[in-house]
Design a protein around this ligand. Structure first.
Ligand code: BES
Ligand code: ZN
Length: 870
C-alpha cells in the first residue's frame, strides 16, 4: 500500500458515518423555500416535527450541506401537548459530516420536538441539490430551476434527516417569479400572487423518503391525459419541445394502467408529472409524482431513431415502476439499492413488452442487460449485489451494472424459478406488507417464499451476497452429464479464479426439468440419445456454460439446421466468445463457431457477432499503427454481412419486423467498418444529400452515415458536423454527431474536439460521453489521455459529483493493450486516488491485464486465421 492509499484509507475510515435516524425520527416537515430572482440564491424555513430517541443528550443533529443557518428554535412537546422552548446555545455546522448540530445547555430528553430552522444557500451548477437548467427560446437565454436529491442531496436544499429510512410527510411552499410554472410532488393547493412574486403551496405528501422530494420552477409547457383510474398525467417540456412529448405521454398512461393492475395497488397520488429538463446528470429520476428526465430519454420526434424511441418507453416504465417499488416501499439503506434499481430494470421490460409485444423486448433484455452484467461481473473487482455502504460518498459508485443489470438478471432467473404468477403474487404481498415503510432484501425473499412455498432465500442468497457467477463445464459420459462449476473470471491472473463459492444453478434443459446443481461437480443422469443438449435454455440463468467438444459439435449442427431459438443461438455465441477472452479456448475455436452463423438472420445473435468482431479488432491489433489485423478481417466481414445486406436493403418496408428495422443499421455499419465499397458510396451519398439539400437521413442510419463521413473525411466534415450539432434541437441527433465527431483520423481534428469540450457548445451533462468516445477512437486515444491528465482538476470541478466521473478510469483502460500504458495509467490514477474512482480504477487495471494476456495468447493466431480465409 503506498502513502497515498494509506492516507485515503484513514480519511475514509474516519468518515464512516453514524446514521442520524437512530437518534431522531422525523414525522413531518413544513418547508418554505424562496428562490431568489437572480436564480442563484435561495432561503427558507423548515419546521421539523419528530421524535428524539435514545439517551438524553445536549444536542440534536440534522443533515445539511453548504447551508447558512440564520436561526434555530427547539420546542419540546410534552405528552399532554404542552410546548416548552429549549434554548439553543450553539449552532454548529460540521462540514465533513454534512451535519448541523444544535447544542443546548439543558439536557434534551427523548420525546417529541418541533425544530424550526431558517437557512439560506447558493444555487450551484453541478446538477444536484437545487440547480439551474439553461435553454434558449427564439434566441432568448432562459433558465429554470430543478432539483435532484437522490442519493443524499436533499440536505443541500434544507436541513433534514437525509436517509432513506427517515420517512416523513412534507408540505412545501415555494416562492418564485410570477408567471413561472411551479411543480412539486403533489397537486398545488393555493397560489398567492403578489406582483412579480408568487407563493405556490402544494398538498401534503404521503410518508416518503427525503431523496424523493422534488420541485421544478420555470417556463414550461405541458400536455395532459387521464389514466383509467382518473390520475392526471402530464408531460412537461420547455416551450419548443412540447410536441415531442406525446409518445412519452402515451407510454406513461398505458404503463400507469398496467402497474395499477399488476401490483393491485392504486397509484397513491392524484397526479403524476413527467418533466424533460435541458440539463440533467443521469438519465431520469423517479421523484414521487414528479418524475424528471434528461431530454434525450423523454422526447421523440421525426429525428429519433427506433432504438432511442424504445429507450424512451423503457425509461418511462422504469421510473413509473419506482413509484411503487422504491417510493411506496423503500430500501432501508443504500446497501439494498439494488432492490430499487435491479427490480425497476427488470420490470421496465415486463411493462414495455406488454405494451409493445411486437418489439420482442425480452430478447433485447438478454443482450442489453444480462450480457452486460455477465461481462461486468466477470471481473475480480466487481461487488456483490448487496454491497456494504458505509458513507454516502460511496453510494454513487454502486449505481452500476451490478445493481441494475445483474440485479435485473437474477430477478429474471427467480421469476422463471417461481413462475410468473407466484412471482407477481409474492411482489404484491411484499408491497402491501411494507407500503409506506422500508424493507431489506430478505423481506422480499420472505414474501415470495410465503406465497410460493419455495425456498427462495436458499436459492437467491448466494446470487445476491457473493461477487461473480459460475462457469459450468459440461461433459457427457455414457449415461450421465458431468457438470462442474467454478467462478468465471476473465483475467487469467486473478486470484478470484480460486474462489470456492458454490452457486445453486438451475440447469434449464428441456430434458432435465427442475434440476438444480450446487456441488463442485455434479453427475446428473442423462442419456446421450437426447442430444443435442443445451443448458440454460431461454437464458434465464445467470451463468455461462463451457461444453465438451463432443456436445459442441452436435450443437453447431443444430445452429445450422435452425433447431435452436434466436435467444439460445445468441447465448451460445456469447458464451463462446467470453470463454475465449478468458483463455478457456483459443480464438480459432471461437472463429470456427462463428462460421456456423453464416446464415444468421436475427438481431440477438448479430449483436454478439458485431460486438465480438469489434472487440477482437480493437484488442488484438498488433501494435499502434499496425493495421494488418484490421485489413485481414475486412474480406471476412464483407462476406459475412453480404446476405443480410441484400435481404434488408436500405429502406424500411412497411410491414417489416421491428427487429429487422433494428438489424439494418447494425449490418450496414458492420459492412461500412469493413470498407465495403457499395455501402461506403451509399453512405457518402446520404451524407451529401443531408449537407447540401438538407434531406433527412433515416434516423436509424444517421449515426452510421455521420460516423462514416467523419472516418473518411477531414476539416470540411468536421465543420459541417459541428454546425449541425449546434443547430439541432434533437438530443438524439446530437448523440449521433458526438459519435461522428470523435471518429476522425486526423490529430489536428482531435485537438479541436478536445478544445471544444471546454466550451459552452457541449453541455456538462454530455461531457463524459464525449470523453468515453474520444478514448474509443484508436487515433485519438493517446491525445485524449494527455488531455485528461492536463485537465483533471478542471474535470473534477465540473463533473466531479456525476456518475460519469467515477467511470472515467474504465473508459480509459478498455482501449489500451500495452504494458507501458498500464504503468502510465497506474501512476496517474494513484496520484489522483479518491473513493469515487477507486473501484473503477481497479476494474480498469484488471481489464487491461485481461486484454494484455489475451493479446499475447491470440493476436498472431487471429491474424493468421483471417488471412487464411482470403
Ligand atoms: N434512481 C435513478 C436515478 C439516479 C441515478 C439517481 C443515479 C441518482 C444517482 C433512476 O431510477 C434510474 O435508474 N435512472 C436511469 C435510467 C433507467 C432507465 C435505467 C439512469 O439515470 O440512467
Ligand atoms: Zn431506477
Amino acid at each position: 500500500m503506498n502513502q497515498q492509499t494509506l492516507c485515503y484509507t484513514r480519511m475514509y475510515m474516519a468518515k464512516n458515518v453514524k446514521r442520524l435516524y437512530s437518534s431522531f425520527k422525523p414525522s413531518h416537515y413544513d418547508v418554505k423555500m424562496n428562490i431568489h430572482e437572480d436564480k442563484r440564491n435561495f432561503n427558507g424555513e423548515v419546521v421539523i416535527y419528530g421524535q428524539k430517541t435514545g439517551r438524553p443528550s445536549k444536542r440534536l443533529t440534522f443533515h445539511q450541506k453548504g447551508l447558512k443557518i440564520q436561526r434555530a428554535e427547539v420546542v419540546s412537546v410534552s405528552k399532554k401537548d404542552a410546548k416548552t422552548i429549549v434554548p439553543v446555545s450553539r449552532i454548529v455546522r460540521h462540514e465533513s459530516y454534512d451535519e448541523l448540530r444544535l447544542h443546548s445547555e439543558q439536557p434534551l430528553y427523548p420525546g417529541q420536538y418541533i425544530v424550526t430552522l431558517e437557512f439560506s444557500g447558493v444555487i450551484t451548477k453541478n446538477m444536484d441539490g437545487i440547480y439551474p437548467c439553461f435553454f434558449e427560446i427564439d434566441g432568448v437565454q432562459k433558465e429554470l430551476i430543478a432539483t435532484q436529491f437522490e442519493s443524499h442531496h436533499a440536505r443541500e436544499a434544507f436541513p433534514c434527516i437525509d436517509e432513506p429510512e427517515a420517512k416523513a410527510t412534507f408540505k412545501l411552499s415555494l416562492e418564485h417569479a410570477s408567471g413561472e410554472t411551479a411543480l412539486g410532488n403533489t397537486q398545488v393547493t393555493t397560489q398567492v400572487i403578489n406582483d412579480n412574486r408568487t407563493i405556490t403551496t402544494f398538498d401534503i405528501t404521503p410518508i416518503m423518503s427525503t431523496y424523493l422530494v422534488a420541485f421544478v420552477v420555470g417556463e414550461l409547457s405541458y400536455r395532459e391525459a387521464l389514466s383509467k383510474n382518473g390520475i392526471t398525467i402530464r408531460t412537461y417540456t420547455v416551450a419548443n419541445q412540447i410536441e415531442n412529448a406525446d409518445f412519452a405521454l402515451e407510454v406513461a398512461v398505458k404503463a400507469m394502467d398496467f402497474y395499477e393492475e399488476y401490483y393491485d395497488i392504486p397509484f397513491p397520488l392524484s397526479k403524476c408529472d413527467f418533466v424533460a429538463l435541458p440539463d440533467f446528470a443521469s438519465g431520469a429520476m423517479e421523484n414521487w409524482g414528479l418524475i424528471t428526465f434528461r431530454e434525450q430519454t423523454m422526447l421523440c420526434d421525426e429525428h429519433t431513431s427506433l432504438g432511442t424511441k424504445q429507450y424512451v418507453a423503457i425509461v418511462v416504465a422504469h421510473e413509473l415502476t419506482h413509484q411503487w417499488f422504491g417510493n411506496l416501499v423503500t430500501m432501508r439503506w443504500w446497501t439494498d439499492l439494488w432492490l430499487n434499481e435491479g427490480f425497476a430494470s427488470w420490470m421496465e421490460y415486463l411493462a414495455v413488452d406488454t405494451l409493445f409485444p411486437e418489439w420482442e423486448l425480452w430478447t433485447q433484455f438478454s443482450v442489453d442487460e444480462q450480457q452486460a452484467a455477465l461481462k461486468a461481473d466477470a471481473l475480480e473487482f466487481t461487488h456483490p449485489i448487496e454491497v456494504p455502504v458505509h458513507h454516502p460518498d460511496e453510494i454513487r459508485t454502486i449505481f452500476d451494472i451490478i445493481s441494475y443489470q445483474k440485479g435485473a438478471s437474477v430477478l429474471h432467473m427467480l421469476n422463471d424459478y417461481l413462475g410468473a404468477e407466484h412471482f407477481r403474487a409474492g411482489l404484491q404481498h411484499y408491497l402491501k406488507t411494507f407500503a409506506y415503510k422500508n424493507a431489506e432484501t430478505t423481506d422480499l425473499w420472505r414474501s415470495l417464499e410465503e406465497i410460493s412455498g419455495k425456498p427462495v432465500m436458499d436459492f437467491m442468497n448466494t446470487w445476491t451476497s457473493r461477487s461473480g457467477y459460475p462457469l459450468l463445464s459440461v461433459t457427457a459420459d455414457k449415461d450421465s452429464l458431468v457438470c462442474s462449476q467454478q467462478r468465471f473470471v476473465t483475467n487469467p491472473q486473478s486470484k478470484a479464479r480460486k474462489d470456492t463459492t458454490l452457486w445453486p444453478i438451475p440447469l434449464l434443459a428441456k430434458e432435465l426439468p427442475g434440476v438444480l446443481v450446487q456441488k463442485r461437480t455434479a453427475k446428473v443422469p442423462f442419456s446421450k440419445t437426447q442430444t443435442p443438449l443445451l443448458l440454460n435454455q431461454g437464458l434465464t440463468g445467470f451463468y455461462r456454460v463451457d461444453y465438451s467438444h463432443e456436445i459442441q459439435e452436435l450443437q453447431t449442427n443444430a445452429i445450422k439446421n435452425g433447431q435452436l431459438s434466436d435467444i439460445d443461438r445468441m447465448g451460445l455465441l456469447s458464451d463462446g466468445f467470453e470463454v475465449t477472452k478468458a483463455g478457456y479456448q483459443s480464438i480459432t475455436d471461437y472463429l470456427e463457431l462463428l462460421e456456423h452463423y453464416a446464415n444468421e438472420t436475427k438481431l440477438p445473435a448479430w449483436e454478439i457477432i458485431a460486438s465480438s468482431l469489434s472487440t477482437l479488432r480493437h484488442t488484438l491489433a498488433l501494435n499502434d499503427g499496425d493495421d494488418s489485423l484490421r485489413e485481414a478481417m475486412k474480406p471476412f466481414v464483407k462476406k459475412l454481412t453480404s446476405r443480410e445486406l441484400k435481404r434488408l436493403g436500405w429502406t424500411k418496408q412497411t410491414d417489416e419486423k421491428h427487429l429487422d428495422t433494428l438489424l439494418r443499421p447494425l449490418i450496414i455499419s458492420l459492412a461500412a467498418s469493413a470498407d465495403e465499397t457499395d455501402t461506403l458510396v451509399k453512405l457518402q451519398l446520404l451524407y451529401n444529400h443531408k449537407i447540401h439539400d438538407n434531406t433527412q437521413i433515416d434516423p436509424d442510419l444517421r449515426a452510421t452515415v455521420y460516423v462514416t463521413a467523419a472516418r473518411t473525411g477531414g476539416q470540411k466534415e468536421y465543420d459541417e458536423l459541428l454546425s449541425s450539432y449546434i443547430a439541432t434541437s434533437s438530443s438524439d441527433e446530437k448523440l449521433s454527431i458526438t459519435a461522428a465527431m470523435t471518429s476522425f483520423q486526423q490529430s489536428e481534428l482531435h485537438a479541436q474536439v478536445l478544445a471544444l469540450l471546454q466550451t459552452k457548445t457541449i453541455r456538462t451533462q454530455d461531457l463524459s460521453y464525449w470523453i468515453a468516445y474520444c478514448f474509443m477512437n484508436r487515433h485519438s486515444r493517446r491525445q485524449t489521455w494527455q488531455w485528461l491528465q492536463d485537465n483533471w482538476a478542471w474535470l473534477k470541478k465540473v463533473i466531479g459529483t456525476d456518475l460519469g466521473f467515477a467511470r472515467i478510469p474504465v473508459y480509459v483502460a478498455r482501449n489500451f493493450t500495452d504494458e507501458d500504458f498500464l504503468k502510465e495509467y497506474t501512476t496517474f490514477f494513484e496520484s489522483k486516488m479518491e473513493p469515487v474512482i477507486k473501484r473503477s480504477y481497479e476494474q480498469g487495471l484488471e481489464i487491461m491485464q485481461t486484454n494484455i494476456a489475451w493479446h499475447q495468447r491470440d493476436a498472431q493466431a487471429a491474424l493468421a486465421w483471417f488471412k487464411a480465409q482470403q
